[in-house]
Design a protein around this ligand. Structure first.
Ligand SMILES: *Cc1c(COP(=O)(O)O)cnc(C)c1O
Length: 216
């Protein structure tokens, strides 16, 4: 199947009101352009080193999402143009995003990445850290940033019950935070293998790579 064919099939299956972020890591600009020409504008990359040359080469109306772990020393490279950062999990990182946003005279929307998977290796904030970050943000400690929601990745497992449990847990966190921070509207969860389940559990932004662009 072609990129545009895959994209069309996915969009047809996606309920209205859900944003699709097309994840392009490891894929070349030719494939990205095929999706762009089919109307796709939201694209996600998980590494700054890979995002930069692509952002440089590709049309400027693309909305780039940074979805992978972000080191503080890389924030300055993406601050001028990044549409949204999905992977904020510490106040140190958010302080640096704030600093760079002010330098660029812009507001950078971000999501708090919440640790929902059972595996220890996954990045993300614990529930306590999520609450702490949210309180600090509401107290105005991170000017130039906009708390827009949260993101999570479920465990890599075939156990649907487990994935559902993790997604439902994240939806609960989102609902709680949303009650006190009205700009928090985005719940980014679901990838190629689990997005239908994520959408069932309340996701309104999915990040899909391989089922559009093929295996990496
Ligand atoms: C790679 C990646 C995705 C997309 O994964 P696919 O299985 O290719 O759909 C989604 N989110 C993050 C954070 C990723 O790194």
């Amino acid at each position: 199947m072609s990129v545009s064919g895959n994209l069309a099939r996915l969009k047809k299956a996606l309920p209205p009101g859900i944003t699709l972020v097309a994840v392009t890591k490891t894929h070349g600009t030719d494939k990205i352009m095929e999706a762009y020409e089919a109307g796709q504008r939201d694209f996600g990359e998980n590494r700054v080193q890979e995002l930069l040359p692509k952002a440089q080469a590709l049309p400027k109306d693309i909305r780039w999402h940074l979805i992978g772990h972000l080191q503080s020393n890389k924030v300055k490279y993406i601050a001028p143009f990044i549409h949204m950062i999905h992977s904020v999990d510490s106040s140190g990182l958010l302080s640096e995003i704030s600093r760079q946003a002010i330098k660029c005279e812009r507001t950078i929307p971000f999501l708090i990445q919440v640790r929902i998977a059972k595996e220890e290796s996954k990045y993300g904030a614990s529930l306590k850290e999520v609450q702490h970050l949210t309180e600090q943000w509401k107290n105005g400690q991170f000017p130039g940033t906009l708390l827009s929601g949260c993101m999570g990745m479920a465990s890599l497992t075939d156990n649907e019950m487990e994935i559902r449990k993790e997604f439902t847990g994240l939806k609960e966190v989102f609902t709680q935070l949303n009650a006190s921070a009205p700009d928090m509207k985005i719940l980014s969860m679901g990838m190629s293998s689990d997005w239908p389940l994520a959408v069932e559990c309340g996701s309104n932004m999915i990040r899909v790579g391989s089922s559009i662009f093929g295996q990496r």
